[in-house]
Write a protein that binds this ligand. Structure first.
Ligand code: ADP
Length: 453
């Protein structure tokens, strides 16, 4: 019995840094709010970690948008080309056709020219297949990386994230790169109207059905958020009237050290071995590209301490990337029995006892709960700011959400909702899953731009 008690103490000690008290979460919320203010004032200066980038999207859809559009979606695991017909709302609304293309590593880590030539080749193929040649349609380009925009149809890439590294793109206008590739490849059947961040697309696609949707959230490969800010608070831009959607680029929260007190040794290890060490600290504690890795690190530690798998680490458990975040979803699923958890561990060459499977599940829950709670602290900071901006005692607002982790994990969304309620009790926050933000949303931004123009 003493041995069991000692083991439990050891486990608690290892997992303790992941436990977020209400006070800690309040503190994170406060720090996020602080970084938001700095970003709004100093947006492009190095001391602004949360960049708060103006997107030049000034209005959400009102339902009168019409037309035919193309959209591109670049920024995650896949690359897609879409055709969208935006019609009268009660006669079908937005209709879409799309095709997903593979993005081989040599394209995303080669030269910019190769990447953009590949993109235009995909557009051309899509236009051929759908009889769209000769139509010259307006195009919205969903490009989910931090860009400094000076207008809706221009954006300088600040840095690549999420495993992309094509050369000759950082510091360049990516719409210009796309136009040059179109010229090289002699495709003049589209013209770029809007550069769209996926968070903005997500907010807009929910906004088409729900006008209270003024926040966009992504929790997929990476994490990021956007929201409608008062123009008068956006110091970078002239003009005090109306609203402007701000792409927060909140994944970089913590890159100035302000989250060091919660960054665990396991987070540090994942960070050290990523392709962008020291960058995107908040993202690395929250999103799908990293949670599995964090769990793997903790499991290795517990095994080394001999409280798991009889102290035997398998080769697969020792290999980076072999514990994907989707394992967390399966292991934490309420309907999955211990036997099924064991079969996942079997795949990793791990012989597990009943106690082992229970502990593995506890580790997964601990890591994913912290991720959801941290994400909620960010959302609480955003909705509280909107409430204060508007001088309201009570704010009802909708967050449009996209991303596989948020959508498929059995508990992530629930923990986010519960935590936001606790941290921002004056706000009634609804979460709407967005339907294809980067496709439909990009088309709607293009449509709103065409309507306003
Ligand atoms: P992106 O953000 O690149 O557009 P997704 O929203 O599809 O793409 O997110 C991809 C991420 O989701 C990957 O990092 C992957 O680890 C994670 N993921 C895939 N399946 C699941 C799942 N069942 N549960 C939780 N996360 C998942």
């Amino acid at each position: 019995a003493q041995r069991l008690a000692d083991q439990r103490q050891l486990i608690d000690k290892i997992l303790e840094p992941f436990i977020m008290t209400q006070a800690k979460l309040k503190e994170i919320q406060k720090r996020m709010r602080n970084e938001m203010e700095i970003g709004l004032q100093k947006c492009m200066q190095p001391e602004a970690i949360v960049k708060m980038l103006p997107t030049f999207v000034r209005a959400t859809p009102n339902g009168t948008e019409r037309g035919e559009f193309l959209a591109l979606d670049l920024g995650g695991t896949n690359f897609r080309v879409l055709y969208t017909h935006v019609g009268i709302k009660n006669e079908g609304g937005v209709q879409m056709k799309s095709k997903t293309f593979e993005l081989p590593t040599e394209k995303i880590q080669g030269t910019g020219e190769e990447l953009f030539d590949h993109i235009v080749n995909c557009i051309t193929e899509f236009q051929k297949e759908n009889n769209l040649q000769g139509k010259r349609l307006p195009l919205g380009f969903t490009f989910s990386f931090p860009c400094k925009q000076n207008s809706l149809d221009q954006g300088i890439l600040i840095t690549w994230t999420k495993g992309f590294s094509a050369s000759g793109c950082v510091g360049e206008d990516v719409v210009g790169l796309l136009r040059e590739a179109a010229f090289r490849k002699q495709n003049s059947d589209f013209y770029v109207i809007a550069l769209v961040n996926d968070t903005v697309g997500t907010m807009m696609s929910c906004g088409y059905d729900d006008p209270a949707c003024e926040v966009g959230l992504i929790v997929g490969t990476g994490t990021n958020a956007c929201y409608m800010e008062e123009m008068k608070n956006v110091e970078l831009l002239d003009g005090d009237d109306g609203l402007m959607c701000i792409n927060m680029e909140w994944g970089a929260f913590g890159d100035n050290g302000c989250l060091d007190d919660i960054f665990t040794s396991f987070d540090q290890d994942v960070d050290n071995h990523s392709i962008n060490p020291g960058k995107q600290r908040y993202e690395k504690m929250i999103s799908g590209m990293y949670l599995g890795e964090i769990v793997r690190q903790v499991l290795i530690k517990l095994t080394k301490e001999k409280v798991l798998f009889g102290g035997r680490i398998s080769e697969k458990l020792n290999t980076r990337g072999l514990f994907p975040t989707k394992f967390l979803s399966s292991i934490e699923s309420d309907t999955l029995g211990l036997l099924q958890v064991r079969s996942i561990l079997d795949q990793l060459g791990l012989k597990s006892t009943c106690d082992d499977t229970v502990l593995v599940k506890e580790v997964c829950t601990t890591v994913s709960r912290r991720a959801a709670q941290l994400c909620a602290s960010g959302i609480a900071a955003v909705v509280e700011k909107i409430r204060e901006n508007r001088g309201l005692e009570h704010l009802g607002i909708t967050v449009g959400v996209d991303g596989t982790l948020y959508k498929l994990h059995p508990h992530f969304a629930g923990v986010v909702k519960k935590t936001v309620k606790m941290l921002a009790p004056e706000c009634e926050v609804r979460f709407h899953l967005s339907e294809d933000g980067s496709g439909k949303g990009a088309a709607l931004i293009t449509a709103v731009a065409c309507r306003i123009a």
